[in-house]
Design a protein around this ligand. Sequence first.
Ligand code: ADP
Length: 295
Amino acid sequence: MTQNEMTDSEPGIDSQTTTTDEAASESLLGTTEIADDRGADAVSSAETVIETRDLNVYYDDVQALDDINMEIPENQVTALIGPSGCGKSTFLRCINRMNDLVDSARIEGELRFRGKNVYDDDVDPVALRRKIGMVFQHPNPFPKSIYDNVAYGLRVQNMDVDTDAVVEESLKKAALWDEVKDQLDRSALDLSGGQQQRLCIARAIAVDPEVILMDEPASALDPIATSKIEDLIDELAEEYTVVIVTHNMQQAARISNKTAVFLTGGELVEFDDTETIFENPEHQRVEDYITGKFG
Ligand code: ADP
């Protein structure tokens, strides 16, 4: 499905948006605006979905990200790795403006989604989060049925779709359908941790996002459930752009196409093909981190 088809089929981004906000949201998502915004580097960055320019983030006086410049490619898995506290989650949360919910957070620089700075005044964060979904470390299904969890976003956003069909398709894409198809009315809280996480992925997929952000999505799961999530991420990248924070370097090496290494002070030290990062990194500090000499 092309971006235009998706945009054109949207009845309204969010029930709370005003007409002006809707227009702004459409422009956030529309291809014409993208081409204009990208300007001269439109060709060279044709497959870039997310791009940051001199992105700095502070929590009060503490700097969490230091001048991040990064281009995240479409339909690939980009892993963010680095020691605890180096800003990986902060970076992830900037992408769909989840940091708006943190009072002390202050953002400088630009973060572009399809060429449009998501921090521009005319961007509706709710519309943005529909296009850029998120899955958290601990599965957080609602205390509702399996069906209602997946249908939740469709209903809240009044999406004019065949809900049964979207629920089924989303559960299939999340590799959960075969396990739950005969018990869609069962409480989501009765599922195992791994199933709950795949349900949360189905819930994120249902509203038709382009990007899925994952913050250590398997770190609370057992090895078998982790392996299923890893296989699923691989499949998801055929249709979505996936950005994943992981503290597990083997996992990053297994599942990602690109790896960004953040080190102390919120510095992005190296960003390259995963193979290069793990086999022939440019920076000694990255090699030291990868080989376990610190971190
Ligand atoms: P990572 O994901 O790499 O562990 P974080 O992005 O969580 O790193 O944190 C980066 C820095 O920002 C740390 O110094 C952390 O203490 C700080 N930080 C993160 N979230 C908040 C917050 N909500 N309020 C204040 N400081 C925060």
